[in-house]
Design a protein around this ligand. Structure first.
Ligand code: SAM
Length: 217
């Protein structure tokens, strides 16, 4: 398959899965058109890279469905000058989308081999505004806090308190919260030191967030 074939598939993905389902933020749409999702996957999966479902990335983890990536990103309401914390680097695809839309992206992944692979793909694509660390993201990353936005791309039984603490007032936390088999996608907008508004964007299914403030191993 040539670069043009992938571009064609990507445009079709954006039209039929992203715009058709109601994503409106033009910057998110442009990022989804631009980032070469197939490069974040093993070559054997390239033919499926733009299909409407999650795919395996090794270590029993997944790259999220394109629509979920677009929806979660849109809910962060990024304008370009933000500092964003991502928990669950995974393939690095969502990280690249965030790096297109924010000033700086800090991303934490607990599985070293996965983080290293993502780092290489992101370096090959010449992203210079992404910092990745290996560790437990449920405790956040206090060194660079507070953040304008925090996105958790694994399923949590509850909202990890350190993440809410490391969010700026006015900032947004996007996180799937619920049981092991299904969760709700929740957006928390921090309105005061210990105050937030909450919106529920419906059912979703993620792999488990494992850590001090998540599921136990
Ligand atoms: N957004 C990713 C992408 O675009 O490929 C998909 C992320 S995948 C669904 C969830 C990731 O969260 C996995 O790679 C998993 O190892 C990681 N994870 C789970 N618990 C974590 C934790 N406490 N801290 C950091 N990463 C964690």
């Amino acid at each position: 398959m040539s670069i043009n074939d992938f571009k064609f598939k990507r445009d079709k993905m954006v039209e039929t899965q992203i715009i058709a389902r109601g994503i409106k933020d033009e910057r998110v749409i442009a990022a989804m058109r631009k980032v070469p999702r197939h490069l974040f996957l093993d070559e054997a999966l390239w033919p499926q890279a733009y299909e409407d479902y999650p795919l395996p990335i090794g270590e029993r983890q997944t790259i999220s469905q394109p629509y979920i990536v677009a929806l979660m990103t849109e809910k962060l309401n990024l304008k370009g000058n933000e500092s964003v914390l991502e928990i669950g680097t995974g393939s690095g695809y969502q990280t690249a989308i965030l790096a297109e839309l924010a000033e700086k992206v800090y991303s934490i992944e607990r599985i070293a081999s996965i983080a290293k692979r993502a780092r290489k793909v992101l370096d090959d694509l010449k992203y210079t505004n992404i910092v990745i660390k290996i560790g437990d993201g449920t405790v956040g990353w206090s060194e660079y806090a507070p953040y304008d936005g925090i996105i958790v791309t694994a399923a949590s039984p509850y909202v990890p308190k350190p993440l809410m603490d490391q969010l700026k007032i006015g900032g947004r936390l996007v996180i799937p919260v619920g049981g092991e088999c299904s969760q709700d996608l929740i957006v928390y907008k921090k309105t005061g030191e210990n105050e937030y508004e909450e919106e529920n964007y419906g059912g979703c299914r993620f792999v488990k967030l494992i850590g001090a403030y998540g599921w136990k191993e």
